[in-house]
Ligand binder design. Structure first.
Ligand code: NAD
Ligand code: TYD
Length: 355
């Protein structure tokens, strides 16, 4: 008999947000057993969880969520009663080049997990939960003066990435509505913080400044994103996992909208200041390049429901969070050097040419 009160699979736990979620759950709930199921794609990195290697309530299983038989076996072997599903292909630019991989992992992988949970739980839903982590990008794009995304905004995805995430959200709700599975869906805004793969804007640009390489701003840099510190996101996941109303959707965001070009200027001056240089020294690296196809103009999350129902609020202001983030990347150069050697170089060249 296991001495754990809960057995929870976290998928994608070796990725950016997943590693923060695993760390929070393993450390905060020693009475839970956390099973991290991750395929270790280019984005998965066990170095993100080095501090947990010897934790007695943590298990890592290298597996593809699309492997339905294996998902069934893991559910039974570990007597799983909760799933926090983060595994996904997550980068819009890659989805434009290779949409099939996104449909496979994000849609079929989610379906495979749902069906494995249904097979294993067999209608005994007591103390069971399938928690699906999704994105605000499923709602599409807002006008610059066009309000915020709420939980009832209709889905209108534009990129292959957001289309695949939208589809997975629909499947999760279908399992709730059709079979009665206890599910929760959360849609969060852009995350930033330590351990983010340097294909996304903030870590990519910090790394490029470090190497005095151009900062490729798509188009005029007028697109707006709503940024949330990753630890605030996983605090919300913890709260919603334990106290959210089953079957519901919650938006997660910090009312923190930034135009890309303004964010990039703030990022440059933050890096410069921390390096002991005059803020703005590296602004000459800012380079406008061709726009992303189908580039969503603006994302902005209304997280009033989460605040009103569960009292969640972001803990960090953006300037403070960005400062922490820049500090982390500049003091963990070995982590980023490892990632940016090897296949990353081919990716960079394919994406940005000789820039
Ligand atoms: P990430 O790309 O950093 O990590 C994804 C993880 O999933 C990696 O560890 C990878 O190895 C794993 N994975 C990929 N395919 C897999 C498969 N077939 N089987 C098992 N594991 C697989 O992603 P992230 O930024 O941490 O995002 C995590 C989740 O949060 C995603 O579902 C994403 O859609 C969602 N989300 C991300 C953001 C953001 O700003 N990054 C915002 C809102 C929601
Ligand atoms: P990204 O971090 O890829 O997140 P998402 O596309 O999911 O919002 O990009 C954030 C914003 O930064 C987005 O508007 C695209 C823009 N961007 C650039 O201008 N240049 C880049 O090299 C990257 C990766 C993104």
């Amino acid at each position: 008999m296991s001495c754990f009160t809960r057995n929870i699979i976290v998928t994608g736990g070796a990725g950016f947000i997943g590693s923060h979620a695993v760390r929070l759950f393993v450390n905060k709930y020693p009475e839970y057993r956390i099973i991290n199921v991750d395929k270790l794609t280019y984005a998965g990195n066990l170095a993100n969880l080095k501090d947990l290697e010897n934790a007695s309530n943590y298990i890592f299983v290298r597996a593809d969520i699309c492997d339905f038989n294996l998902m069934n076996e893991l559910m039974t072997e570990y007597n799983v009663d909760g799933i926090i599903h983060l595994a996904a292909e997550s980068h819009v630019d890659r989805s434009i080049k290779d949409p099939f991989t996104f449909a496979r992992t994000n849609v079929l992988g989610t379906l495979s997990l749902l069906q494995a949970a249904k097979n294993t739980w067999r209608g005994d839903w007591e103390n069971k939960l399938f928690y699906h982590v999704s994105t605000d990008e499923v709602y599409g794009s807002l006008k610059l003066d066009g309000g915020l995304f709420t939980e009832t905004t209709r889905y209108l995805p534009h990129s292959p990435y957001s289309a695949s995430k939208a589809s997975s959200d629909h499947f999760v709700r279908a399992y709730h509505d059709t079979y009665g599975m206890p599910t929760l869906v959360t849609n969060c805004s852009n995350n930033y913080g330590p351990y983010q793969f340097p294909e996304k804007l903030i870590p990519l640009f910090i790394n490029n400044i470090r190497h005095e390489k151009p900062l490729p701003v798509y188009g005029k840099g007028e697109n707006v994103r709503d940024w949330l510190y990753v630890e605030d996101h996983v605090r919300a996941i913890d709260l919603i996992f334990h106290q959210g109303r089953v079957g519901e959707t919650y938006n997660i965001g910090g009312f923190n909208e930034w135009r890309n070009i303004d964010l990039v200027r703030l990022l440059v001056s933050t890096v410069d200041r921390i390096l002991g240089l005059k803020p703005g020294t590296h602004e000459y690296l800012i380079t406008h390049v061709s726009d992303r196809s189908g580039h969503d103009l603006r994302y902005a999350i209304d997280s009033t429901k989460l605040k009103q129902e569960l009292g969640w609020e972001p803990s960090l202001q953006f300037v403070e969070g960005l400062d922490k983030t820049v500090h982390w990347y500049l003091t963990n150069q070995e982590w980023i050097n490892r990632i940016t050697s090897g296949s990353y170089r081919a990716y960079y060249e394919e994406m940005y040419g000789n820039l």
